[in-house]
Design a protein around this ligand. Structure first.
Ligand code: ZN
Length: 286
């Protein structure tokens, strides 16, 4: 397919990302549109072979097996609205590169193309965000995971040093969430029962151990790690401390890589022990 024809199949310019700082937002620049077009070009023949639809709305580039109306609905209903809220609450730095998002309507195609195109033989059920920022989503499972992976894709520009526990905790918090203009709120979800059970059975390790552990994805512990990190951040959200914790942690990460010292400052005059006791009781009451 010629580049011109390919260009003609792409979406019209739509207002991008966070309007609050439009002047400083690189995604509003015409050159970003070209970057988005360029980000699609390596996939051109593959997109054609699978007869996929595409939609550009900087910084996002959507590719999917539904028609463009469905892509637009995902863009408007989930991607752009969540990104705006996350940007308003947390992010000072906007993406400087396109975020390519593959949305597959069927689990079969998601599995097959994960293997053939992305060399992922056993992809996570819901989707994943590659280190280069390309998101591959099994959208048949709903929009929650889309927001989860979106957090990963966006946070890398604003808080590249975010440790895994915090990155996954924040992403997991918003996989079940509600949206108001400029605000996203994490809600209870399916990760709660296992966390409650671990607390009741006195099997849950201390927060200090969670944040110091370099192997967040350890097979034995990963499920509980996600839950512990998620509900810690949800508790900070309830206490209206999460936005401040994010900003302080990001800005002090060179001195406090795990975030534990920032957490201690945020919860003062409570000690970490008192805070954790309260947190556990709060989780058990959810
Ligand atoms: Zn994740």
């Amino acid at each position: 397919m010629s580049r011109l024809l390919f260009l003609s199949l792409l979406g019209a310019w739509t207002f991008p990302f966070v309007p609050a700082q439009a002047n400083a937002d690189p995604t509003t620049q015409p050159a970003f549109w070209e970057k988005c077009v360029d980000a699609l070009s390596p996939w051109e023949s593959k997109i054609k072979s699978e007869q996929l639809s595409t939609l550009i709305s900087p910084p996002f580039v959507l590719v999917g097996d539904a028609d463009r109306g469905v892509l637009q609905a995902n863009l408007d209903g989930t991607i752009r609205s969540s990104s705006r809220a996350l940007g308003a609450m947390y992010f000072k730095q906007q993406p400087t590169e396109p975020i390519v998002i593959f949305l597959f309507q069927t689990g079969d195609r998601y599995q097959r193309l994960s293997k053939d195109w992305f060399h992922v033989d056993d992809p996570p059920h819901y989707g994943y965000c590659r280190s280069d920022g390309v998101m591959v989503m099994n959208i048949s499972t709903g929009g929650g995971t889309l927001v989860h992976e979106l957090v990963h894709a966006l946070i890398k520009y604003d808080f590249p040093a975010a440790p895994t526990w915090f990155n996954e905790g924040l992403a997991s918090l918003y996989e079940q969430s509600s949206l108001q203009p400029g605000k996203i709120t994490g809600l209870k979800n399916w990760r709660l029962p296992a966390l409650k059970q671990a607390i009741t059975e006195q099997q849950l390790r201390a927060l200090t151990e969670l944040v110091a552990d370099k192997d967040f994805y350890d097979k034995q512990l990963a499920g509980l790690n996600y839950a512990q990190a998620r509900y810690l951040l949800m508790y900070l959200q309830e206490k209206k401390l999460l936005v401040k914790f994010y900003a302080d942690f990001r800005d002090s990460a060179p001195q406090d890589a795990s975030g534990i010292e920032t957490l201690k400052k945020i919860i003062a005059p409570q000690t970490l022990e008192e805070f954790e006791k309260d947190w556990r009781e709060w989780v058990e009451g959810l």
